[in-house]
Design a protein around this ligand. Structure first.
Ligand code: GLY
Length: 350
């Protein structure tokens, strides 16, 4: 699998023009959701390369990353003459780049696509690395393929339309990348001021964070080994996220990941002696900026059940990525039900 290189733009339109020109496409389809159509499409349309392109819009929100939206996209492509020489440009957060990458790479056995990531969360994670997909039967990204974008473009100006919660959601994946990388990176990410976001500083941290992911994906594109490091925080995190969808207050992905990171660093602490002080630093960060996910002992079984459905599990056992220290990654770890429940207890102690 060849790899796309993510570019953080300094001059968006010329860089977009170059990325399009590299593909020499016959026809161009731009995929947006209803938000990015309003907020981001006008900026893209300043490109002369996009004059006369087709625009497809789907409803926003992860609940619409489903087979019905995929059918709408395939139908549009089919009815508007898309061929193997067409190019799709996905403009949005992870929802749009996931479904856009999936529909592109399955239509006529594969069209080329470019991701223009418009959220911090999408930029730091979903847009890069070639995982595409849709949710199915209540399970996240249950149907999908590995198929990388030709290019990923990030225009940090788009992030200025995001509220604090969405910026924090993206920052959570940067915290995860720092934890699996080095102590220096962990320190730099912890120093970042979430109260007063400085976009120039964010840009520098983001570039390093994406590079951490790209290095790992280059080494293991199909997640046979070390790419599992990127799942840190996600085994508990996905359970919290899925559970929250059944409540009145669905959690943003990055919030669920932060809560998941706390549980998994605690598990790392009890099983691999991960340093207590780093665990506590994460705990304070979460307390300050992410609040808590409220649940009771009666919900432990349900959360545990959700963890057993995680597609990262190879067998009946729940598969974790843990850390013996910052940057000291241990993939394919397991835990007993008692240990998992102990993590829930630690989490709820606050
Ligand atoms: N989101 C984790 C990965 O791309 O592997």
């Amino acid at each position: 699998m060849s790899h796309s290189i993510t570019k953080i733009c300094t001059d968006f339109i010329p860089e977009l023009n170059n990325a399009i020109a590299e593909q020499t496409a016959e026809t161009i389809f731009v995929l947006t959701d209803e938000n990015t159509r309003k907020l981001c499409l006008p900026a893209l349309m300043q490109s002369e390369k996009l004059q006369g392109c087709h625009v497809i819009s789907i409803p926003s929100g992860d609940e619409n990353k489903n087979v019905e939206s995929a059918v709408e996209i395939w139908k549009y492509l089919s009815e508007n003459g898309a061929t193997r020489k067409s190019l799709i440009i996905n403009v949005g957060g992870g929802m749009v780049t996931d479904i856009g990458g999936f529909t592109a790479s399955t239509f006529k056995r594969g069209l080329r696509y470019i991701n223009v990531s418009t959220t911090l969360l999408g930029a730091v994670d979903a847009a890069t690395g070639g995982k595409t997909g849709i949710n199915f039967l209540g399970l996240k990204n249950e149907i999908g393929v590995f198929a990388p974008a030709e290019t990923v473009l990030i225009h940090v100006d788009f992030f200025k339309t995001l509220n604090d919660e969405n910026l924090r959601s993206g920052y959570a994946e940067m915290v995860k990348h720092a934890l699996i990388d080095t102590r220096d990176e962990w320190e730099s990410v912890l120093k970042f001021d979430l109260e007063n976001i400085e976009f120039d500083k964010l840009k520098i941290l983001l570039a390093r964070s994406i590079r951490i992911k790209e290095r790992i994906v280059e080494e293991d594109p199909f997640e046979a080994n070390i790419r599992k490091a990127l799942n840190l925080g996600h085994t508990f995190g996905h359970a919290f996220e899925s559970y929250s969808y059944k409540t009145e207050k669905p959690a943003l992905h990055g919030y669920a990941v932060m809560w998941g990171l706390l549980c998994e660093l605690y598990l790392s602490h009890i099983k691999l002696n991960f340093p207590k002080e780093d665990l506590l630093r994460l705990k304070y960060l979460i307390k300050e900026y992410y609040g808590s996910f409220v649940f009771h002992c009666q919900q432990y079984e349900t959360l545990f059940e959700l963890m057993t459905h995680d597609k990262k599990n190879d067998s009946k056992e729940i598969n974790f990525t843990l850390l013996a220290d910052v940057g000291d990654i241990r993939i394919n770890q397991t835990a007993t039900k008692e240990e998992i429940f102990e993590c829930f207890d630690f989490f709820r102690e606050g």
